[in-house]
Design a protein around this ligand. Sequence first.
Ligand code: 9MR
Length: 347
Amino acid sequence: MICNVAALLALLAPAALSAWQSGSPLRELAESRGIRIGSAVNPAALKNDPAYAATLAREFNQVEPENAAKFGPVHPQEDTYNFEPVDSLVAFAKAHDMAVRGHTLVWHNQNPAWLTRGGFGPDRLAAILQKHIQTVAGRYAGQIYAWDVVNEAFEKDGTLRKTIWFDSPGIGREGTAYIEQAFRWAHAADPKALLFYNDYDAEGINAKSDAIYQMAKDLVAREVPINGIGLQMHLTLKPPLIADIEANIKRLTGLGLQVQYTELDVRVPLVDGAASEDSLIAQARIYNDVAAVCVKFKLCTAIQTWGFTDKFSWIPGAYRGMGAALEFDANYGAKGAWRSVAAALSK
Ligand code: 9MR
C-alpha cells in the first residue's frame, strides 16, 4: 500500500497533491470547476447499504439509474410502467442536491418480451416508441436534466446496428432518420432536457466514432434537437490513445455539442480475486489521463463512472477474471483512481 501511494505521488503535480491530500469530496472539486461528477446507481444497494448511500451523496453531484429507466425495467407490460425505482432515485438526488441523467430511451438490449415478441410492424412500433418516450421523458420533465435518447446504434465498422428500432423491422425510417425521429420525440416530451447520443468504443478516432461524428454533424446542421454525445469509456489497461480521445472531444465540441463521459470504468485482471498493486497504479494513471482531457474542454460537462464501488460493478459478471474497475474498493475506501480524478479536477 505504501508503495502504491508513493508511485501515485510521483504521478501528481504539487498543486494537485494538496487538493486530494485535503480529502475534499469529488463533488466539491467538480462544483468549483462547473463540471458534474456522476455515478450509475443500483437502487437496491441505495436502499439496503447505508455506506453506499453515504458515499454516493458525499462524493457525487449526479446520478443515473444503471438499469431502472431502460425500456424493459420501466415498461414491463404494454400498459404497465414501473416508475418506483427511478422515482426513488430522483427523490434521493433531490434530497442531496444532485442532478439526474436518464438512461436510455432507445436501445436494442433490455427490451421487454411483450415488445420483442409482439410481432409488431413498423407503424405500430413507431407508435409504441413515441408513446414510450412521451410517457417516460414526459414524466421526468424538470427532474431528469439529460437523456441518453439513443444508445449503441452503431457497429464497430460504423454501419448501423440491426435492431428492432432500425430495421428489424424498424419504425419505418431510413438510415439515421430513426435516430433523428427519437430525438424529435424526446424533445417534444421534455423541451428543456439535454438530449444525448451514447455509445462505447467510440472514445478515440475509429470507424465508429467517425460515423457518430458524421451523424452528429448532420443532425446539428439540420437543427435536430441534439445537445451532446456520451462517451461511455468502458476502458481496460490498454485504453485508446489519449491524443485520439482529445481529438474526438475537440471535433464533437467543435460542433457546439456537449460531451459527457457516461459510463467510465477501467477493468483490471484479478488474481485470486484481487487486483495487483501495479495494475491499480496503471488504472489510476488512466483515470487521471481521461479526467484531465475532459476538464480541458468547457463543453465536456460530466465525468460519470458506471458505479463507484468495486462492491457493485457489472464487470466481474461480464468479464470473467476482471474487476476492481471503480474509484472505491469494496469497503468504500478511496483508491488511486479516486485520487487521480480528484487531482484532475483540482488542476
Ligand atoms: O450495468 C448494466 C448491467 O447491470 C446490465 O445487466 C447490462 C445489460 O445489458 O447493462 C449494463 O449497462 C450497460 C449500459 O446500459 C449501456 N452500456 C454498456 C453497459 C454495460 O454493459
